[in-house]
Ligand binder design. Structure first.
Ligand SMILES: *Cc1c(COP(=O)(O)O)cnc(C)c1O
Length: 394
């Protein structure tokens, strides 16, 4: 029999690492807060972790455990902890691994919520974060006099799809004894597997591609048993526990992850190529285009370039608003990674109110539109975008 952990990603997505046993074909939803024991001895054995039985759902739950095992196999890590949001994954990992007085190095192009956590909550706990340009993370680790406890980075980045060389950062972190942690949300475990390049901890907002249907909020954090033991203890106390029903929906979503990613990848590259030939668009940001500055790195470390792309229109903010309002199939919403296509304007949503300097460093202008390309028909999506462009001239 094939070692279940050696199954290919599409098989793991559908069946996880489970082997044939009699019983339900689908993971049951164990919707309970607490678990009953026959007697005090059994309860004590479980509390002391001797029996592997579940005691209380904030600590562990069978439905959640099942999806955790599936994600560990997909990421190639010992362990995964699934929590109630991407932000709970980031905060639990950092509170479990970094103490007051220690410092974090972070790439400067990261999710807005993470920036607020790093700038507002962590300093209250004596943890300080230094930021560095996305192209300089590895060098900054190697050159710094500072001993960083943890290095946090995100690739591909939001919304301009910059790519960071994962192996370079992982190697630098190993060389200086720093824990490396990636926000791999835009990549998905189908398009990139950072642990294979040596990155210690891999987190996802599973709200996005893993869940895939815009119907749950969830987060995952994966790594070695040693690191995850500390992350789990913190997560248990911080309390961002995943609900068993949401775990069920996450598991159900992951079943189609590999086929969804194939379509996301194909639709996005089709649109990126077509739109980059349109004179009404100043620039298309997509790592699958040979003109993208990090295309070669993306080819080395990704199996597909993902469903996220952004456009700089040859227009002003008013025209950009009109463009998005004219879209019919692309829905006007934040978030990403679901089956439905979404469009948003970063300066009015995810990057609202940020200063000129931060925006230009991130490569964002008033006419930048972020697209989360769904799994609808690619030619319908193109027609929708072209019709919205036509509306600007009338
Ligand atoms: C959405 C998102 C998060 C936050 O995840 P939640 O599930 O909303 O808590 C973190 N990082 C990235 C890249 C995201 O897109």
């Amino acid at each position: 029999m094939l070692n279940p952990k050696k199954r290919s990603p599409p098989t793991l997505c559908v069946q996880g690492t489970h082997s044939q046993t009699a019983g339900p074909a689908v993971v049951p939803i164990v919707q309970t807060s607490t678990f009953v024991f026959e007697n005090q001895q059994h309860m004590l054995d479980s509390v002391q972790g001797k029996s592997g039985n579940h005691v209380y759902t904030r600590w562990s739950n069978p439905t959640t455990k099942s999806v955790e095992e599936k994600i560990s196999a997909l990421e190639g890590t010992d362990d995964t902890h699934v929590v109630a949001s991407g932000m709970a994954a980031i905060s639990s990992a950092i509170m479990g691994l970094v103490k007051g007085g220690e410092r974090i190095l972070s790439s400067d192009s990261i999710y807005g919520g993470t920036v607020h956590l790093f700038n507002e909550i962590l300093p209250q706990n004596g943890i300080h974060v230094d930021y560095v340009d996305t192209d300089e993370v590895a060098d900054a680790l190697l050159d710094s006099q500072e001993k960083y406890k943890l290095c946090f980075f995100e690739t591909p980045t939001n919304p301009t799809l910059k790519i960071i060389d994962m192996k370079q950062v992982a190697d630098a972190a190993i060389a200086v004894g720093t824990i490396s942690m990636i926000d791999s949300t835009f990549g998905s475990p189908i398009n990139q597997r950072p642990h294979e390049f040596g990155v210690d901890l891999v987190m996802h907002s599973a709200t996005k591609y893993l869940g895939g249907h815009s119907d749950i909020i969830a987060g995952t954090i994966s790594g070695s048993n040693e690191l995850m033991a500390r992350v789990r203890s913190a997560a248990k106390l911080l309390g961002g526990t995943m609900d068993p029903f949401a775990s069920f929906l996450l598991d159900r979503g992951i079943k189609t992850l590999s086929v969804r990613m194939e379509r996301h990848n194909a639709n996005a590259i089709y649109l990126a190529e077509k739109l980059s030939q349109d004179s009404r668009i100043k620039q298309v940001h997509y790592p699958g285009l040979p003109s993208h500055p990090h295309h070669q790195v993306a080819r080395r470390q990704m199996n597909g370039f993902g469903g996220m792309l952004s456009l700089d229109l040859d227009s002003d903010l008013a025209g950009t608003r009109q463009f998005v309002d004219s879209l019919d199939i692309f829905l006007n919403a934040v978030s990403l990674g679901g089956v439905e296509s979404l469009a948003s304007i970063p300066v009015l949503t995810t990057h609202y109110g940020l200063g000129e300097k931060i925006l230009s460093e991130a490569g964002i202008c008033d006419s930048t539109v972020r697209l989360s390309v769904g799994i609808e028909d690619a030619t319908d999506l193109l027609k929708d975008l072209l019709a919205a462009l036509d509306s600007l001239n009338t």
